[in-house]
Write a protein that binds this ligand. Structure first.
Ligand code: PEP
Length: 252
């Protein structure tokens, strides 16, 4: 991870209720992260619990929403704007998650994700931007083409990458128990960083945090964290369990 500040996000997805969410907050609050030198930890509960989590989670940990709308207030029934998230103290938003890209009922396009990214950054949120290939795309040797296509859409609208974290999440590894090997993940992370070096700038490429997601758990996090271009994790299933602590502390 070089000198980049290690970043671990917990994506709680559509899980929990008031009681279990408070238990989870207690668990995360119990993780001892050293100030300044430690890990940046961000929890992403479902929308209705953001305010509760922000008011109970330790201040040194961040809170992320799992989605936001492409525009500000207005006649957009059922949507939540970036400004509303900021208003309740949320600092981050996860955008482009594979479930939002690929669930047939949602099917968000690269362009929609780019619009959301633009709006979120303009409002002042940090963005955890997820990219990654489907199994078939990987088998056809298209991994990088897909990641670059997804990045290109967003790169058109981003002027300042300081508040962006890129999460490489191969879709075949999400929630499947099939984690990418550390070497394979490193290879893609390195190629993505190289793309930033060639297409954005050396400075952005050196500073940008590229985190891995896809069946990360307490057992496999250590070897992944040891890879040069892996700057942290986005964790789904294991972020709901005590082993989240081991993942947060995997970078030592
Ligand atoms: C995710 O949802 O971003 C994720 C990586 O899930 P899991 O850790 O369960 O594979």
């Amino acid at each position: 991870a070089n000198n980049r500040h290690f970043f671990v996000g917990g994506n709680w997805k559509c899980n929990g209720n008031k009681r279990s969410i408070l238990e989870l907050v207690e668990l995360v609050n119990g993780i001892h992260v050293e100030r300044n030198t430690g890990v940046e930890v961000v929890c992403a509960p479902p929308f209705p619990y953001l305010d509760l989590v922000r008011s109970t989670l330790k201040k040194e940990f961040g809170v992320a929403a799992q989605n936001c709308w492409i525009a500000g207030s207005g006649a957009y029934t059922g949507e939540v704007s970036a400004d509303m998230l900021l208003d309740v103290g949320v600092e981050w938003v996860i955008l482009g998650h594979s479930e939002r890209r690929h669930l047939p009922e949602l099917h968000e396009s690269d362009e929609t994700i780019a619009q959301k990214t633009e709006k979120a950054l303009e409002s002042g949120l940090g963005v955890i931007l997820c990219i990654g290939e489907l199994l078939q795309e990987r088998e056809n040797g298209k991994t990088l083409d897909v990641c670059i296509r997804q990045l290109n859409a967003v790169a058109k609208v981003v002027t300042d990458w300081q508040k962006v974290v890129v999460a490489y999440e191969p879709v075949w590894a999400i929630g499947t128990g099939k984690v990418a090997t550390p070497e394979r993940a490193q290879e893609v992370h390195n190629a993505v960083r190289q793309w930033f070096r060639n297409n954005i700038s050396t400075q952005v490429a050196d500073k940008l945090r590229i985190i891995y997601g896809g069946s990360v758990n307490g057992q496999n996090c250590g070897r992944l964290a040891g890879q040069r271009d892996i700057d942290g994790f986005l964790v789904g299933g294991a972020s709901l369990k005590p082993e989240f602590a081991e993942i947060v502390l995997s970078h030592r």
